[in-house]
Structures are given as C-alpha cells and as structure tokens.
Design a protein around this ligand. Sequence first.
Ligand SMILES: [Mg+2]
Length: 143
Amino acid sequence: MEPPDTVPEKVVAFDWDGTLNNTPVTHGNDPAIMRGQVCDLTPLHAVMASGHRVAIMTAGDPLFVLGRLLDRKVPAFADTAMEHKVPPSAGMVMVTNRKVLADVYVDDRALRWRFGMDASVIERTMRDITPVRRTWRRLWRHR
Ligand SMILES: [Mg+2]
C-alpha cells in the first residue's frame, strides 16, 4: 500500500518527434534536418526525478534517439527487439519505435479523450493543429 502523500510509480511514454525535440515529424534521419534539431529533455528529467518509468517512442531510428540521450548522459537503452511492453526499470529510459503500454502519453499530436466524453473537442483540435503533411513540406523546403 502506497503512503497517501506519494504518487504511485507510473509509466510515462514520451513521443520524440516534435515533443522532446523541435523536429515535428519523422524525416528518415536526414542529416540536413538533424543538424538543426534542438532537444529539450527537461520534461524527461522531471518525470524521472519523480521515480516514474519512462519510454520514448519515435517514428524514426531508435538507435539515433538513443545516441542523443547517451550524449546527454541519460541512462537509456533501445528496445530494438521489442522485448519489453513497458520500461523494465525507473532509472533507465527505454527507446522504441512502437507504441508501448503506458499510463500517460506525452505527444505533440495527442488528445485525451475516452468513452462517453464530448466529441466536439476532437473537431476543435483538428481545426487548431498544423497538418503533418504541411509540416513535412516545410521541412523539405529547408533542406
Ligand atoms: Mg510527434
């Protein structure tokens, strides 16, 4: 039983593309785009400091993301064999290119919605969001 003033350990799955860095879509790890990529791992460190397990999901190459984390001294491994459904420990970030089982997903394109909720929020989000294809063209032009 958890003491009442602590948050039980949860699994947080961060998106990589456009969430922990400023490149909003996957880009085949094109070096021209990757050079301009800016990472901010502040939210990752905050969640790890609270003792939660962390996964990072990418539509790109998980080994590239692993390299960026290790460069910044973040303990991490890439689950390239898709061995784990969730990160096995709280101190080690799991990088994967599939969707993992998690309590919370942090994603630039996510919307929290569940059975029974008002569906109009979905329409509002779709009106506000930049279409991914438009973003891709902008990146392409800047090569
Ligand atoms: Mg994204």
